[in-house]
Design a protein around this ligand. Sequence first.
Ligand code: UD1
Ligand code: BG6
Length: 371
Amino acid sequence: NKGHYEHYMQKEINEQPESLTTTMRGRLILRGSSKSKSVLLGGLKDHLKTIRRSRRILFIGCGTSYNAALAARPILEELTGIPVTMEIASDLLDRQGPIYREDTAVFVSQSGETHDTLVALQYALDNGALCVGITNTVGSAIARNTHCGVHINAGAEIGVASTKAYTSQIVVMAMLALAIGGDTLSNQARREAIIDGLFDLPNKVREVLKLDQEMKDLAKLLSAEQSLLVFGRGYNYATALEGALKVKEVALMHSEGILAGEMKHGPLALVDETLPIVVIATRDACFSKQQSVIQQLIARRGRLVVMCSKGDASSVSPSETVRVIEVPQVEDCLQPVINVVPLQLLAYHLTVLRGFNVDQPRNLAKSVTTQ
Ligand code: UD1
Ligand code: BG6
């Protein structure tokens, strides 16, 4: 049931404040009279000790689920101190990459039925790793065959392009980082800030959804283009990949997510006054580096759209030629949840304007269960 929406993708983008609330329900706890804040993931509590002892955490997934894991990787590394490596399921299998008993392998999949992810799960089980699932589908193959895991509880997702599952996956993995990372005195303030940020995140998503008309206007400007680049780094490298994936899979427009730190090693050659480029430059430890990326793109007459934190328009847009999207600022590790929303809206409006099928893009399936 699409309610008053025209497409499932549109409905699912707009229901993210509610799906995120459901994802977090019962899992963020205020304890005792001091109201100390903590995270409780019921599906993991008996396995946390083993996970903490592991030598490495591997994130394994395909498509949007892989991007969600990439978005959560920095906070997992920060709070746990355990090296985190990223694996696209098919690539791990192509290489037969080494996996050991001392590894924790985390399988991320909305459907829980993706063929490559399932084969990678079997491979990790055969190699003796602790296997953890993060899925939206209770009773799915991944939920059944992993040793333990977390259901993201985002509700059924119908649109082939994943939207609300992506943001719920990131939130679950941020909670995973809090659960694995111990409660030490030195990281207490950081943990509390993240938990407060999680509580407030649905409100901030509600706020960023108000950019709908602005993103529709931007889509009008870009709808006849051949190509769109998206530059991000740090917490928002994943946002660049996911924004580009949305544009490519539903709007059928060539789009590439680019790690801004790699700009000078190739992508800069593409920059001219015609190719549209989105640069994600919200406030975090990488902000000044992104400011310098923007300056270099402007120096080469790049056609820029900059996403920045509210109030930062003048810091990121020294010239009138740059179009700015201002988004609410949240705790840095949660910012990818906010920043992806305007890009989801952009992909949606581009698709409608270009006259393509929103919910069932050509050649794609919601879940790829065969090789
Ligand atoms: C569980 C209940 C939830 C109830 C809550 C009350 C289910 C599915 N969930 O939620 O309805 O409100 O207790 O405390 O009945 N698992 C895997 N692999 C996966 C995902 C999950 O093995 O990929 C396992 C978990 O380790 C756990 C079980 O499935 O044993 C349920 O996981 P989850 O729904 O995340 O647990 P809770 O949040 O505790
Ligand atoms: C398909 C879907 O390619 O599978 C994508 O079209 C999705 O939207 C990918 O991200 C992975 O699916 P899942 O269910 O394993 O998260």
